[in-house]
Design a protein around this ligand. Structure first.
Ligand code: JDN
Length: 238
């Protein structure tokens, strides 16, 4: 899988080289390219923004540096034997990024993430590239960040751990909160040694060796937790 990320703060994406995603990069399972948008400006001040048409506060990212950068990435990816990237643009006004979206991204061969700053990117960039690749405007939740970088860290990590071979044991996905094999419920409580810790015991059923009973108990815990924190996932009201 190839991942290109464009930002005016390329250092913001460096944590992706740590831990699980970092290991996947080292193993060659993920080919990560981070690009500085300002490298695609031509004025002395390396300008990437301007005032919004129609007035209002803040600044909007200029379309031309984005076009030059994305075109250079499209060429580089083609030279690398890739075709039809998906262009992900994190925006507070986008479709909700969910575990289903993460699973879908994990199946792709090539993704480009465009991190906006200020009030966002001139909307013509998404329209223009919609004719050249699949564009997805995604939101990681109902809050507003200062830019798309933190959202991209979230989306790349959520997708990368689902890429076959990236996580040691693929079965560990089955217990994930929101996973299909878990009926979309939240994961219940988990325990390790010692059996007794500061006066708190591990639920005895987990020590019973009765796998069916353990599975039933976990399902029940999972339902209870979902009913308490996320009744919307059970089809009820929030
Ligand atoms: O997903 B976000 O909250 C988000 C915020 C901004 C952005 C991209 C995404 N660009 C500027 C603010």
């Amino acid at each position: 899988m190839r991942i290109d990320i464009v930002s005016v703060f390329p250092e913001y994406l460096e944590p992706l080289r740590l831990s699980l995603v970092g290991k996947a990069i080292e193993r060659g399972q993920i080919d990560l390219h981070v690009h500085d948008l300002r490298d695609f400006t031509s004025d002395k001040h390396r300008t990437v923004d301007d005032a919004p048409f129609g007035g209002g506060p803040g600044m909007v990212m200029l379309p031309e540096p984005w076009a030059l950068c994305l075109e250079s990435i499209l060429e580089s990816g083609k030279a690398d034997g890739r075709s039809k990237p998906t262009l992900v643009i994190p925006v507070p006004s986008g479709r909700q990024f969910t575990q289903r979206q993460a699973e879908d991204l994990a199946s792709l061969d090539w993704m480009i993430f465009a991190c906006g700053r200020y009030e966002g990117i001139d909307s013509r960039v998404a329209d223009y590239f919609a004719e050249r690749c699949e564009v997805r405007e995604l939101s990681i939740g109902d809050y507003v960040l200062a830019g798309g970088e933190a959202a991209v860290l979230v989306m790349v990590e959520a997708a990368a751990r689902l890429v076959p071979g990236v996580l040691g044991n693929p079965e560990s996905h089955n217990d994930d909160s929101f996973s299909e094999s878990n009926e979309g419920f939240l994961e219940g409580p988990i325990y390790t040694r010692p059996e007794q810790w500061r006066g708190l015991a591990v639920p005895p059923i987990l020590l019973s060796g009765d796998h069916a009973a353990v599975a039933n108990w976990r399902k029940e815990q999972s339902r209870e937790r979902t009913a308490k924190y996320r009744p919307d996932l059970l089809g009820g009201q929030e």
